[in-house]
Design a protein around this ligand. Structure first.
Ligand code: TXA
Ligand code: MG
Length: 324
């Protein structure tokens, strides 16, 4: 029997009973539990097989609850929250003592966001506790953007996926930390860096793949571990598709292009992220296309690098991690 359901009241019942439920957001589906329930939070880590040092994002229904969670809000954090919430920006701020160490991996900061999805906003409004929710995928595999992706991963491990349709943004939230009250991007994501800079000025990116490719220590945002968001199939990112195709002559090839169709008889399947060259559309299609190709038992997935601005930059970041 399917665990996918639209029944918000049932999700409330399960979450209130310290169980975990997969929930829709505008970015990716999350695996959610009551932040104050040790049982629920442990079960999130166990279900995902995620190491305990990798902290979770706290989801709240509105900016009004931010001061319940964090001890201090820098001016630029306030500006970003006002500009982008509800929406795909996560702020990493000094935590209040009430936030359990299990949520933060022992750090004195907590990641928090207001997701922009009507179903989950209603759920959060009806609950009297915030939800911790990492992406609803086994550790380091491709994030889920449909209820079916989650069910395929976890049908034997969880009791319910709250169905909110396909995620519209399609890649994870942009994570912003603060050093000396100045914002720093810890993870590129669904909010384009240019949009953020329009609110707070020039912003530094830390912990990207290019700056810290093979980290042995715990990174500031462990989602920035080099290998992440990865298909099981060998994946290659390239700026020159024709040349790369020639390298895999006798292989079963799946090709992901930005917008064009490539004429080359050795390609088994090819999919364009956005035929009209739209970066938002590309982001919303990315993980579903990776899921599809990964299920086809190909020898290699070749992905074309996108233009390196706006959401193209965030997509390139994810594709780079998929190749590690
Ligand atoms: O879009 C999203 O952000 C989705 C949806 C479900 O909200 N969530 C998500 O969670 O991507 P997750 O756990 O897959 O990624 C959260 C990232 C992790 O890389 C984690 O290390 C980082 O946020 N993080 C959480 N708390 C942190 C903290 N206190 N300091 C630095 N990084 C933190
Ligand atoms: Mg994740």
């Amino acid at each position: 029997m399917s665990i996918i359901s639209k029944d918000i009241s049932k999700a409330i019942q399960l979450l209130t009973a310290e169980d975990i439920v997969a929930i829709p957001t505008e970015t990716v589906y999350g695996l959610a539990g009551n932040i104050y329930s040790e049982k629920a939070i442990k079960s999130i880590f166990e279900t995902k097989k995620r190491p305990f040092f990798n902290p979770l994002i706290v989801h709240i229904p509105s900016i009004d609850q931010l001061s319940d969670i964090v001890a201090y809000i820098p001016e630029k954090a306030q500006l970003l929250a006002e500009a982008f919430w509800p929406g795909p920006i996560t702020l990493v701020l000094k935590k209040k003592a009430i936030i359990p160490d299990l949520i933060t991996g022992g750090k004195d900061t907590v990641a928090v966001r207001v997701p922009n999805h009507p179903t989950t906003l209603e759920l959060l409004n009806r609950l009297n506790f915030p939800l911790a929710a990492p992406s609803a995928n086994p550790f380091s595999s491709i994030s889920p953007t449909t209820a079916l992706h989650v069910e395929t991963y976890f049908k034997n491990n969880i009791r319910m996926v709250l169905d909110g349709g396909a995620c519209t943004s399609g890649i994870e939230s942009t994570i912003i930390g603060f050093e000396n009250d100045e914002p720093i991007i810890y993870r590129l994501g669904s909010t384009a860096i240019e949009a953020i800079e329009a609110v707070v000025g020039k912003i530094e990116i830390k912990n990207t793949v290019t700056e810290a490719p093979k980290q042995k220590t715990i990174p500031d945002a462990p989602g920035m571990l080099a290998r992440h968001y990865a298909p099981k199939t060998k994946t290659v990112l390239t700026e020159n598709v024709q040349e790369t195709l020639d390298l895999y002559k006798n292989k079963r090839i799946g090709l992901i292009t930005f917008q064009s169709e490539i004429n080359h008889k050795i390609i088994e399947v090819q999919i364009a992220l956005s035929k009209s060259g739209d970066l938002e559309e590309s982001a919303s299609n990315l993980y579903d296309i990776l899921h599809q190709l990964d299920n086809m038992h190909l020898d290699v997935i070749i992905a074309e690098k996108l233009p390196d601005y706006g959401l193209g930059k965030s997509i390139n970041d994810r594709l780079t991690r998929a190749t590690k």
